[in-house]
Design a protein around this ligand. Structure first.
Ligand code: SF4
Ligand code: SF4
Ligand code: F3S
Length: 266
């Protein structure tokens, strides 16, 4: 995969917290610097690029006019109410910018649950009319791959980019998430499942039973309804929410936030 001519990536930011980028910056295997120096050419990314103002806009135009094309990554929900005027970059609404960039891309990746399904800014009452990429950009024919999660596992993003570059489009589930990462529920591979099966539920987060690995279902765990590979992939090869004592809060599902709260039952 490592080659002299690296494929161009344009990484756009919309309404969000930037946690997805923070997760990506901490990726291991490859590290972020290896990713952008050896695999892709990150030609535009508002959070990490040195350029600002006109220089950054020029970088965007140059990347968009690359004759070899580019991959578009979108992070954050896209405000759509009142023509999208709730979010602007360089005088353009995020809706305009994403429409222009993603509709001309070789492929588009929605990075995180905000970009996939709207995320926290799409929670009721959703004053800005924030939507996920595929809903907001359906009018220009964009069909993004959703790397859901809040934040998503950066390994799922990197794996999808590598798949796109080597084998083309990965197989997707009904919510446009790559099946290679989202085919099973968190519950399917959870090490606490043996306690779930025996009806052993931790009574509180601070209980000895919780520390002994009993199931967190009665404390609010949404693992049985949440498709993601957290228990096997781990975050940065270290841990994942349920291993650390927190219930899964359903962060990779459409409907996260409104349909998955309250997150904790204790
Ligand atoms: Fe932040 Fe989560 Fe949205 Fe990523 S998906 S930008 S981590 S709120
Ligand atoms: Fe399933 Fe959650 Fe219990 Fe794990 S902690 S077994 S994911 S309900
Ligand atoms: Fe999200 Fe649940 Fe994994 S909250 S990070 S899908 S354990």
């Amino acid at each position: 995969l490592t080659k002299k001519k690296r494929p161009s990536v344009i990484y756009l930011h919309c309404a969000e917290c930037t946690g997805c980028t923070e997760a990506l910056l901490r990726n291991v295997g490859p590290f972020f610097d290896e990713l952008i120096m050896e695999t892709i050419s990150l030609d535009y990314c508002e959070t990490v690029m040195a350029a600002a103002g006109d220089a950054s806009h020029d970088a965007l135009l140059k990347a968009m006019n690359n004759p070899e094309g580019y991959i578009c990554v979108i992070e954050g929900g896209i405000p759509t109410k009142h023509g999208g005027e709730f979010g602007k970059v360089g005088g353009q609404t995020m809706l305009q910018l994403c429409s222009e960039v993603a509709s001309k891309a070789m492929a588009t990746i929605a990075m995180g649950s905000c970009a996939s399904f709207g995320g926290v800014q799409a929670a009721a009452p959703n004053p800005s009319g924030a939507k996920g990429t595929n809903e907001a950009l359906a009018h220009v024919g964009v069909k993004a791959i959703n790397i859901a999660g809040c934040p998503p596992n950066p390994a799922n993003f990197v794996g999808t980019v590598v798949h796109l570059l080597t084998k083309g489009m990965p197989k997707l589930d009904q919510w446009s998430r790559p099946l290679m990462f989202f085919a099973q529920t968190v519950h399917d591979k959870c090490p606490r499942q043996k306690h779930f099966n025996k009806g052993e539920f931790a009574p509180s987060f601070t209980s000895k039973e919780a520390k002994q690995g009993w199931c967190l279902y009665k404390l609010g765990c949404k693992g049985p309804y949440t498709y993601n590979n957290c228990p096997t992939q781990l975050f940065n090869q270290v841990t994942w929410p349920v291993q650390s004592g927190s219930p899964c809060i359903g962060c990779s599902e459409p409907g996260f936030w409104d349909q998955y709260s309250p997150f904790f039952s204790a």
